[in-house]
Structure formats: structure tokens, C-alpha cells
Design a protein around this ligand. Structure first.
Ligand SMILES: Nc1ncnc2c1ncn2[C@@H]1O[C@H](COP(=O)(O)OP(=O)(O)OP(=O)(O)O)[C@@H](O)[C@H]1O
Ligand SMILES: [Mg+2]
Length: 367
């Protein structure tokens, strides 16, 4: 750290650091012309170094007023400016990316302001985690409300069902009237199913962790769904890794999770289409927990060629009771979120309106 000894600098090492660092770094002249553009910058912006070098910042980032203002301020005032919140990077390909940005003045050896350094950091992972937390909060509120309500409704509902069944028996020879009692019984049981689901959501029972054959569970669900949608042009494909190890999980909940998701996929298809379920050990992703070794994750993707959703729609789908279906409860995905949380997993969604949705679940392969 001492400034008395001139530092021995290895230029090659400087370059390697710049190329391996996980922040997008670029340098500009005082005229905003780009003179350095590292590998992470290429990845983040989807612009190549060759395209970037020599162009000016306003040319390359037209419309990104927030970013341009930061850099202009750093160049004008010779100080650093940052924005950790508001910058969305629009790219030639792919979705806009939330980033944090800093612009730092660049001084030469003589101490003169020579340009600026821009550092961008990909916030999409952090935003995803924040979204997950927000969803869990919503669930907690809905849960408390639901628990109270469900208790109040359950008993009178049982009374109505009993009375309707009695009436139904009394009307043995009156098929014209029994039509009505049948409706009563059917609708009451729909409400009790809804209540059961709500109470599940509200009153958490402890997970019953057992070694689970994920492939077998997925296979059963796909078979049943194929049967259920037999009359429609929905094709179900299952692509599993036969060497997948057993998963330590709550079997009933895991079945519910994937049934809900595969069902949603099939329901998103209007006439003909495909629901593909792919299950793999995810070699890229490991979960680190304090005090334990890193845990590999299993990744299950459910991809449909259905109607897809806009970014706006995606914001609401985990909200309890949000549904666009006549017979839907809007609890399916809220329940999925809870099950995945309880198993310390992650849900990611990619959707394109008019062409389909892909839901990717990552679960730790606890042993
Ligand atoms: N794969 C998908 N493709 C398109 N839209 C979807 C998909 N999955 C969910 N959605 C949308 O999200 C909404 C909420 O889904 P969720 O599973 O929570 O409830 P639901 O399917 O409407 O009701 P239920 O699950 O009780 O039958 C759906 O109504 C639908 O609009
Ligand atoms: Mg559903």
C-alpha cells in the first residue's frame, strides 16, 4: 500500500482481471467516446467490443437518459455518481435488464480529468429474490384471513351439504327436481375443496420429508393429464434424466406442485399445443448454506405452447385468488410458491404473449 515503492504492475494481469470481473466495465473519453469495453460489458449489453469501441455513449445507449446523465455528471464535475435503482438496460436482444450503475471520473498520471469509467451490475437475480419475498408476504396475509374465514364457513357448509343430500334422497322419483339438489351438492363440494386448499395455504403443516422418486411422480401426473385432456389437441411430453437421484421432499406437496403447473400449461392451450416437462440435475447451480457443503439443485422446467403472458400479467399471477379462468380458484400458483419456498427452492418464469410460457423450478437435492 506504500506509495514510496513504485508498484510492479503486470499489464497482462490487469487485463485478465478486467476480462474476468463480473461487472460490466467501460471507459469513455471526455467526449464520451468508448475506449474500453470488457467481456462482462459485452454480455450485459449484448453489444460486442468491436461494435462499442470508438462509438460514443449517446450513440450506443440512446434513450438511456439515466445512464447518460450519470456519465455526464461525472465528466462535468470530476466526482462519482451512482444509481442503484432506476436503470433498465434495453438490449438489441432479450428482455430489458435492471442494473445498478456507477460513473467514476478517470484521471491520468498528471491528475487531469481524462474521461470516465462506467460500471454496471446485473440486478435481475436480486430483483427476482425481492419479488419472491414480496409474494411470500402476500401469501402470509391471505393465509391469516383465510384461516379465520375457512373455520367460520366449514360448519354451516357441512349442514347445507347434509340437508341437500337428504332432500336428494327424498326426491327419489322426481328427476326434474333432483337436478337442483345435484347442483347444490356439486357446488357445495366445490366450495369445500376451495376451503381445503385455503386451509393448506394458511395452516402450515410440517414438511414430511421422505426420499422421493421425482421421475415417477412426474410420469404419473403426465399420464393423468393426458387422460384428462384426451378430447383436446394437447400433447404431453416428459423428458427426464433417468439417473436423477432421489429427492428428499414432501411427496404429497411435490405432486401438488407439478400437477398445478402442468395443469396450468395444458389450460393455457386453446386448441392444439404441447406441454413439455423436462427434469435435470442443474450442474450450474448450487445452493450454499452456512455451515454445510454446497447442495446441487434439480431443475424442472414446464414449458407450454399456450397463450403466454405479458409482463404486466406476470406481476399478478402469484397473487392469491387472481384468476382468468371461469372455474379457477386463483390459488394454484400461490400454493406452488409456498411449496417451493418450503423446500427452499426457486421459481422462475419466462413467458411470451401468444407463444408460450416456461416455468422453471429449482429444488435443492437434499440428501
Ligand atoms: N402456463 C400459463 N400460461 C398462461 N397463463 C397462465 C399460466 N399459468 C398461470 N397462468 C395465469 O395465471 C393465473 C393464475 O394461475 P393459478 O394456477 O394461480 O390459478 P388458476 O389456474 O386460475 O386456478 P386453479 O389453479 O385453481 O385452477 C391463471 O388464471 C392464468 O391467467
Ligand atoms: Mg392453476
Amino acid at each position: 500500500m506504500s506509495s514510496h515503492h513504485p508498484r510492479q504492475r503486470d499489464p497482462e494481469l490487469y487485463i485478465q482481471v478486467m476480462e474476468n470481473i463480473d461487472r460490466a466495465v467501460f471507459a469513455v473519453t471526455r467526449q464520451s467516446r468508448i475506449t474500453l469495453f470488457n467481456a462482462a460489458a459485452e454480455n450485459l449489453t449484448a453489444i460486442s467490443e468491436r461494435q462499442a469501441l470508438g462509438r460514443t455513449l449517446p450513440e450506443l445507449f440512446a434513450g438511456h437518459e439515466g445512464l447518460l446523465t450519470l456519465v455526464r455528471a461525472a465528466l462535468d464535475e470530476g466526482r462519482s455518481f451512482s444509481d442503484y435503482e432506476n436503470i433498465l438496460l434495453r438490449r438489441p436482444i432479450g428482455l430489458p435488464l435492471p442494473v445498478s450503475a456507477s460513473a467514476l471520473p478517470l484521471f491520468n498520471h498528471a491528475g487531469e480529468l481524462n474521461g470516465a469509467i462506467v460500471i454496471l451490475r446485473d440486478l435481475s437475480r436480486i430483483r427476482e429474490l425481492e419479488d419472491a419475498v414480496r409474494r411470500s408476504d402476500q401469501l402470509a396475509v391471505a393465509g391469516v384471513m383465510a384461516a379465520g374465514l375457512a373455520h367460520e364457513i366449514k360448519n354451516p357448509l357441512g349442514g347445507i351439504r347434509g340437508a341437500a343430500q337428504l332432500l336428494d334422497r327424498e326426491l327419489d322419483d322426481r328427476d326434474d327436481l333432483r337436478e337442483y339438489t345435484q347442483v347444490m351438492i356439486r357446488e357445495v363440494s366445490r366450495i369445500s375443496n376451495l376451503l381445503a386448499e385455503l386451509m393448506d395455504l394458511a395452516a402450515p403443516r410440517p414438511l414430511q420429508l421422505v426420499p422421493v422418486h421425482l421421475n415417477a411422480i412426474l410420469n404419473d401426473i403426465v399420464l393423468l393429464q393426458r387422460e384428462e385432456h384426451r378430447s383436446r389437441g394437447v400433447e404431453f411430453i416428459l423428458d427426464v434424466d433417468p439417473s436423477l437421484p432421489l429427492l428428499l421432499a414432501d411427496e404429497a406437496l411435490i405432486s401438488r406442485l407439478f400437477l398445478n403447473l402442468i395443469k396450468n400449461g395444458a389450460e393455457a392451450i386453446d386448441k392444439v399445443g404441447r406441454v413439455t416437462t423436462i427434469c435435470r440435475v442443474d450442474t450450474n447451480m448450487h445452493m450454499l448454506r452456512p455451515g454445510s457443503r454446497s447442495t446441487p439443485m434439480v431443475q424442472i422446467e414446464i414449458r407450454d405452447t399456450g397463450r403466454g403472458m405479458s409482463a404486466e400479467e406476470l406481476e399478478h399471477i402469484f397473487t392469491p385468488f387472481h384468476t382468468t379462468k371461469e372455474q379457477g380458484t386463483g390459488l394454484g400458483l400461490a400454493v406452488c410458491q409456498k411449496i417451493v419456498d418450503e423446500h427452499r427452492g426457486l421459481i422462475r418464469i419466462e413467458s411470451v404473449p401468444g407463444s408460450g410460457t416456461s416455468i422453471i423450478i429449482s429444488l435443492p437435492l437434499l440428501r
